[in-house]
Write a protein that binds this ligand. Structure first.
Ligand code: 0L1
Ligand code: MG
Length: 261
């Protein structure tokens, strides 16, 4: 793919994020041929632009990690993107709806590794052995595309809709909880909006970290020790509105919350 086109497409999603405005998906007209490979080149350029602007990568995130969603999008692999420092929301604090386009929230299980993991061939067992702790988290997704209407390459080129992350402070050793059967409720203003379990993420959230390591190895990269990793939504994402008090409560993992103003 031509360098100028990569830059043009990265500018397209990057500017939409900065200006908090919806855009039409790239594959509609701008570049219908966009492949998954192309899209990761656009994402790489987007990440480079953010780093040049002074933003810092906090950690990677996985998306499209439920079998149902993969089937719906007709793909075999989940996707990855990056959480940046400006996206982090402190637990118990407020976000302003005006900082987003049409945000949604999803509960996730986070991992931090004690050593780097480099694929190919990384398994869930390798991940669990390399895990320092797991923690409850929420991701705020805010696709820059109109009505969250995109193809898989589009969403990859949009940093997989990443817009916010709330990292819970209750840290657990990975063997202290059965991560596939950990249940979660996602409540807004005290009413349960969605519920799920760890197995919604590729059968076990450790599989998500293994897939990330194996996907990154195709680019000669690895999953780094010490970075928080978001492994994928345990429920469908729920739209946010001003006045919401959002709480995700996990069996054995504690809870995490934030407000929307
Ligand atoms: O983190 C995610 O699973 C989101 C991936 C992109 C899909 C979406 O924006 O709904
Ligand atoms: Mg997510």
């Amino acid at each position: 793919m031509d360098k100028h086109l990569i830059k043009e497409l990265a500018d397209y999603t990057h500017n939409a994020e900065k200006e908090k405005r919806e855009i039409i998906k790239i594959t509609a007209e701008l570049y219908p041929e966009l492949s998954i490979e192309d899209a990761y080149m656009v994402q790489e350029e987007l990440v480079k632009q953010k780093l040049e602007e002074g933003s810092k990568i906090i950690g990677p995130k996985m998306g499209i990690t439920s079998e149902a969603k993969m089937k719906q999008m007709n793909v075999d692999n989940p996707i990855y993107g990056y959480i940046f420092d400006y996206m982090v929301v402190n637990e118990g604090e407020s976000i302003s709806i005006d900082d987003y386009i049409h945000p949604k929230v999803e509960p996730e299980i986070g991992f931090v590794l004690s050593r780097d993991l480099e694929g190919p061939g990384v398994t869930a067992l390798d991940v669990l052995r390399a895990t320092e702790y797991v923690f409850p988290a929420m991701e705020i997704i805010d696709s820059r595309y109109e009505n969250f209407n995109f193809t898989l390459p589009d969403v990859i080129a949009d940093n997989t809709s990443a817009a916010g992350a709330v990292f819970g402070t209750s840290l657990k050793r990975p063997d202290a909880v059965e991560l596939d059967v950990v249940g979660v409720t996602l409540s807004i203003n005290g009413e349960i909006q969605a519920l799920g379990a760890g197995a919604a993420v590729l059968g076990h959230p450790a599989n998500s970290v293994a897939r990330l390591a194996n996907m990154l190895s195709e680019k000669g990269e690895k999953v780094k020790a010490g970075q928080p990793i978001l492994t994928g939504g345990l429920t469908a994402a729920v739209p946010l509105s001003p006045g919401d008090f959002v709480n995700a409560k996990y069996g054995g993992l504690g809870d995490v919350s934030f407000f929307v103003k």
